[in-house]
Ligand binder design. Structure first.
Ligand code: UDP
Length: 248
């Protein structure tokens, strides 16, 4: 069956609810399938506009999901609404919660060596029944990358979460994807920092009011560069809305 997608600035987003997406990935893992998931926010969309090669990587994914309220709002403005946002963080947590039932093996690649080992400690406490296939920090060179790939293959991991930041994580996934016989691969950015307790997630009320980005900005001002992508993204969406109106 064709997937229902909604185009935002030429990126086809999968139109599915968060809960249904988690179920779909669990189903794919159960069938020993191989899938590449990109959770795209406005910054990633803008990067695809600036870099043709990166756009090819993103659009080669099996699933592109709207990670952030910006994408959902843009789809609404374009007259083709998406069901809701489907975030990397919620997808990751959803899989961690459900993986033990089916005894899926989960591999965690990325973050600093400290965060990576803290994460493993935290996983054992928070998800005692989770089958951890393994983990490796995200500061390695090209040569080590080949060994890490083989190590992950040998673990028989069903889910491989890659936290190298974007675009490095999407590039890593695509360039090694062909070597894996199976696995659900998803780039998860800074999620390991949050899950390990190294970086706090925004308070619930801010998440509820969709102000998580404000919190991340205040607590980590070095991220300011990426916030410039948001007004640029909005301007592009506005142009696209106008083009659509003229074309009617
Ligand atoms: N990271 C990594 N290797 C690198 C560069 C970054 O493992 O060479 C990790 C970094 O430690 C952090 C994550 O990648 O855990 C990037 O987080 P960030 O918040 O920048 O990503 P975003 O959520 O914005 O994509």
């Amino acid at each position: 069956m064709e997937k229902s997608t909604v185009r935002v600035l030429d990126i086809p987003f999968y139109n599915i609810s968060q809960a249904a997406f988690i179920e779909e990935l669990l189903f794919c893992a159960d069938q020993n399938q191989k899938k590449f998931v990109v959770t795209a926010n406005p910054e990633i969309v803008m990067n695809t506009k600036a870099d043709v090669h990166f756009k090819q990587i993103v659009t080669s994914a099996d699933y592109i999901v709207p990670d952030g309220v910006g994408i959902v709002m843009a789809a609404e403005r374009l007259g083709t609404p998406l069901k809701e946002r489907v975030t990397g963080f919620d997808t990751l947590v959803g899989i961690l919660n459900k993986a033990p039932e089916k005894q899926f093996r989960v591999y965690f690649l990325g973050a600093t060596p400290e965060v990576s080992s803290k994460l493993m400690e935290k996983m054992k406490i928070s998800y005692p029944n989770l089958m951890i296939a393994g983990s490796h920090h995200g500061y390695f060179d090209l040569e080590e990358s080949e060994n890490i790939t083989q190590e992950i293959i040998d673990t028989g991991a069903d889910f491989i979460f890659v936290a190298l930041g974007s675009p490095a994580q999407e590039k890593w996934i695509l360039s090694h994807f062909h070597r894996f016989p199976k696995g659900i691969f998803m780039g998860v950015g800074g999620c390991f920092d949050v899950l390990s307790g190294s970086v706090k997630r925004a308070p619930q009320w801010m998440i509820k009011w969709k102000l998580e980005w404000v919190y991340r900005f205040i607590t980590n001002p070095s991220r300011w560069r990426r916030f410039f992508a948001i007004p640029r993204f909005m301007r592009e969406v506005k142009k696209e809305v106008r083009r659509k109106e003229v074309g009617k």
